[in-house]
Design a protein around this ligand. Sequence first.
Ligand SMILES: NC(=O)c1ccc[n+]([C@@H]2O[C@H](COP(=O)([O-])OP(=O)(O)OC[C@H]3O[C@@H](n4cnc5c(N)ncnc54)[C@H](O)[C@@H]3O)[C@@H](O)[C@H]2O)c1
Length: 260
Amino acid sequence: MSISFRQPGTRLVGKVVVVTGAAQGIGEATARAVAAEGAVVACLDLQADAARQVAESLPSSGCLGIGLDVADEDDVVRAIAEVRDRLGGIDVLINVAGIAGPQHRAGETPVDEWDRTQAVNLRGTFLMAKHCLPDLVARRGNIVNVASALALVGWPQESAYGPSKAGVVQFTKAVALDYAPDVRSNCVCPGAVRTPMITSVLRDHPDPDAALADYGSIHPLTGRLAEPVEIAQAIVFLASDDASFVTGVALPVDGGFTAT
Ligand SMILES: NC(=O)c1ccc[n+]([C@@H]2O[C@H](COP(=O)([O-])OP(=O)(O)OC[C@H]3O[C@@H](n4cnc5c(N)ncnc54)[C@H](O)[C@@H]3O)[C@@H](O)[C@H]2O)c1
């Protein structure tokens, strides 16, 4: 499905933007969208080589690709120090890195998989924010986190992922209140998006194509999955001065799913 992004603009010219999870999916689309608005982008991901490839393919000069595990504080500190050294500081942090976690009923969910889901999705979001905030305060920047529509509604067999993303929504709001007026903090709550994450979740399904179509049908607006760029467009809005009076919001980008 081809969704065209609006003409490249100038909304992030002169800004250094850190995007986690930038190697693929929504993170890659976000890195491309913020670069198209003039940002210099630091692409951070567990997949270091893929992050570097995305960075090298971006139109702005100076973009970096760096490997890290967002759940590991030493990795986070090292990666942010490298961005600071090479790009001079950070204006915008966009936390996209995340994992789907286990799909089991709560009682059958392995404890280590539940812990890892919280560690990547929630602790990783916290660690990145904690260590970027000195720059964001100094430069009156902002944070955009990627939560999920499943932070807002319950879903069967999501007792690890749903709570991790609900935590991201609450963390977003806490930061917005702690750091006003210096730093805005917002998140998006996507519906189902066509990325490697969703295809890997459905890999073991007896009929993956039918399951994918079922996911599409949860969105009243379109009856299809979102494309990554459709989430990236909302992230760019929140990251830019177009959202100068917006903080503490959890914006559904879900084709009306949570309106039902
Ligand atoms: N795809 C969807 O339907 C959907 C819906 C709602 C929310 N989301 C959220 O959007 C974000 C991106 O999802 P996606 O669908 O693009 O997923 P994806 O699996 O395609 O991409 C996720 C990226 O994050 C990276 N990553 C994973 N763990 C990491 C870690 N510990 N440290 C650093 N990088 C790590 C991966 O290497 C990958 O490049 C996630 O937070 C996800 O929960 C996705």
